[in-house]
Design a protein around this ligand. Structure first.
Ligand SMILES: [Zn+2]
Length: 496
C-alpha cells in the first residue's frame, strides 16, 4: 500500500521524474504496490486505482483469482467452508445464546453509502481525467510556443548545457505547477476536505505540495538525470529509449532505498509503536514472520489524513513496515494484527524487489512506445513547436506527453501485477494470523473509512485498481482456511 499509482505504484522514478506536468503525484507521496490501500489512488479504499477494458477485465480478474491460490483447490475450499459451517452449527446447538454470524458482504454493501458512492465515482472519473489533463497541458505548452520560449530563456542564461537544463526545468516545473494547480487543488485538497478525508489546512497542504516539488528537483536529482537523458537521446538517436529504460533500474533502486531515510521524514514523523499492549501483539506477529521489531514503526498520518492505511517502503537495510496512527486508533487489536500480517507478506515475499524488476521491464515497454509516438509527432509538428530534433531541450513536454500516453496504455498490466501481489499478501496474512473474521472486518472498516467502492465495474478495476476490489478480498478472507483441514499454507511456512 504505497503511493498511488506508480505513482501508481509510482516507481519509475526516472520516468516520473519526467512527469511533473502530467499531474502525477510528486514522488514523495507516491504509493507503491506495497500498501494496504494506496492513499492517493482513485480507488482509495482498499484498492488503489489503476486502469482497464471491459470483457477482458472480468476474465483476467477471474483468471487471476484462480491463479492466486493454486495451493487451495476449489474442493478444499468447499470442504473448509462446509466444515466451518458445521462447526458453527454444532456450536449454536450447544450454546443457544450465541450471536448470529455477521454477514460481512451485506455490511460492506451497506457501508457503501450514497455519499461514499459519489466520492468513489468522482475518484474513478479523476483516474481517467488526470492523464488526459496532463496530455492537454503538454500539448498546450508545445503548441503555444511556451516550451520553445523557455528553451530560449535557458540558452540566454548560460552557455553551459547543465545550467540550461536547470533553468529550463525550473521554468517548466513552475509553469506545470501553475497550470496543473486547479486539478491538483481539487483532487488533492477540495475533494478530500469535502468528504472529510483530509486533516490538513490549505496552508499545510500547499506546503507539502511544494516540498514534494523541491524533493523531486533536488533530492531525486532531476537536473542531472534529465541532462543525462538528453545526452543519451543525442548519442543514440534510434535506441535512446532502450538506454533510458535500462537506466531506470539504478535510479529506482536508489530512490526506493532512500525513500524511508530521506524523503518520508520530510513529510511525517516515524516512531516506535506507542501503545505498549498493541506493540506486544504486533511485534509478536512480525517476529513470527521473521521481521525484527525495529523494522515496524508508526507514522503520524493523522497530520494529513483520516484514512486507514499501512505500507512497506525501502529495501535491504532501509526496509520497514509503517502503520498509520489512524489505523492503530481506529481498528481493533485483532484487525491490526491482520494488517501487520498483510504488510509482513510484502516484506517477506520480496514484493519491493519484484515490483522494481517488474517496473523496469514495464519501463522498457513504456519508453519504447513513447519513443515511437514522439518520433511520429516530431516529424509532423516539430517545426510548429520550434524544434526539429528530439535532443532539443524544448522537446521535454513532448517526451512527457508520450510517456504519459504510454503509461496509460500499459497501466492495466501494472495493475494486474500489483493486484496479484496484494492477493498474495492477503493469503500470507491469513496463513500467518488465521484471523479470518478480523481480516474481513478490517477490510469493512477500511472501505467505510476511505469511502471506497467495494464492487467497481470491470473497466474501472482494469484501468484503475492496483488492489483487488474490497468485496472480493472480504469473501476470500472469510473462506480461506486451509489449516482447518490440515493443509500447509501456500506462502507462509512457520519457522521457514
Ligand atoms: Zn498490500
Amino acid at each position: 500500500m504505497l503511493r498511488q499509482r506508480l505513482s501508481r505504484p509510482a516507481l519509475l522514478l526516472a520516468l516520473l521524474a519526467l512527469l511533473p506536468l502530467t499531474g502525477a503525484a510528486p514522488p514523495a507521496r507516491a504509493s507503491a504496490p506495497e500498501t494496504l490501500a494506496p492513499p492517493g489512488t482513485a480507488a482509495p479504499a482498499l484498492g488503489s486505482a489503476a486502469r482497464r477494458p471491459r470483457m477482458v477485465a472480468s476474465d483476467s480478474a477471474r483468471r487471476a483469482y484462480r491463479a492466486w491460490r493454486p495451493g487451495v483447490r476449489p474442493r478444499a475450499r468447499a470442504d473448509s467452508i462446509a466444515r466451518a459451517d458445521s462447526l458453527a452449527r454444532a456450536d449454536s446447538l450447544t450454546r443457544a445464546a450465541a450471536p448470529p454470524p455477521r454477514d460481512y458482504v451485506a455490511e460492506v454493501r451497506a457501508a457503501f453509502t450514497p455519499a461514499n458512492r459519489a466520492y468513489a465515482t468522482t475518484r474513478a472519473a479523476l483516474g481517467f481525467l488526470e492523464p488526459l489533463y496532463g496530455l492537454l497541458l503538454g500539448l498546450f505548452v508545445l503548441f503555444s510556443g511556451l516550451s520553445a520560449w523557455m528553451r530560449d530563456r535557458a540558452r540566454a542564461a548560460s552557455r553551459h548545457a547543465y545550467v540550461q537544463t536547470l533553468v529550463y526545468l525550473v521554468l517548466y516545473l513552475a509553469a506545470g505547477f501553475v497550470l496543473q494547480f486547479p486539478l491538483a487543488f481539487y483532487q488533492g485538497f477540495a475533494l478530500e476536505r469535502h468528504y472529510g478525508l483530509l486533516n490538513q489546512s490549505f496552508g499545510s497542504w500547499l506546503l507539502d505540495e511544494i516540498k514534494g516539488l523541491l524533493v523531486f528537483l533536488v533530492f531525486f536529482g532531476a537536473v542531472p538525470l534529465i541532462r543525462l537523458a538528453y545526452v543519451a537521446i543525442r548519442r543514440f538517436p534510434r535506441n535512446w529509449w532502450l538506454v533510458l529504460g535500462l537506466a531506470t533500474l539504478p535510479v529506482v533502486l536508489a530512490g526506493t532505498f532512500l525513500q524511508p531515510l530521506v524523503v518520508e521524514p520530510l513529510f511525517n514523523r516515524f516512531t516506535p509503536l506507542a501503545d505498549r499492549r498493541l506493540e506486544a501483539r504486533i511485534l509478536e506477529t512480525a517476529s513470527r514472520a521473521g521481521i525484527p521489531a525495529r523494522r515496524v514503526v508508526q507514522m503520524d498520518a493523522s497530520r494529513q489524513s483520516r484514512r486507514y492505511n499501512a505500507y512497506v517502503s525501502g529495501f535491504g537495510p532501509s526496509q520497514r513496515i509503517v502503520l498509520w496512527d489512524t489505523t492503530l486508533k481506529g481498528m481493533t487489536a485483532d484487525e491490526i494484527v491482520f494488517v501487520v500480517g498483510h504488510e509482513a507478506a510484502h516484506y517477506r515475499l520480496g514484493h519491493l524487489w519484484k515490483g522494481i524488476l517488474f517496473e523496469t521491464g514495464m519501463g522498457l515497454l513504456v519508453f519504447a512506445i513513447a519513443a515511437a509516438l514522439a518520433r511520429g509527432a516530431l516529424a509532423r509538428w516539430g517545426p510548429r513547436w520550434g524544434f526539429t530534433e528530439l535532443h532539443d531541450l524544448a522537446s521535454l513536454p513532448l517526451i512527457v506527453v508520450a510517456l504519459t500516453l504510454a503509461m496509460f496504455l500499459t497501466q492495466p498490466g501494472a495493475n494486474a501485477f500489483t493486484r496479484r501481489l496484494e492477493r498474495d499478501a492477503d493469503t500470507f496474512g491469513l496463513e500467518l494470523t488465521h484471523a479470518n473474521e478480523a481480516a474481513a472486518s478490517a477490510f469493512l472498516k477500511m472501505g467505510a473509512q476511505n469511502r471506497s467502492n467495494p464492487e467497481p465495474g470491470p473497466a474501472v478495476e482494469f484501468f484503475l485498481y492496483s488492489h483487488p476490489p474490497l468485496l472480493e478480498r472480504v469473501r476470500f478472507a472469510l473462506s480461506y482456511r486451509p489449516w482447518e483441514i490440515g493443509r500447509p499454507g501456500r506462502l507462509f511456512h512457520p519457522g521457514g
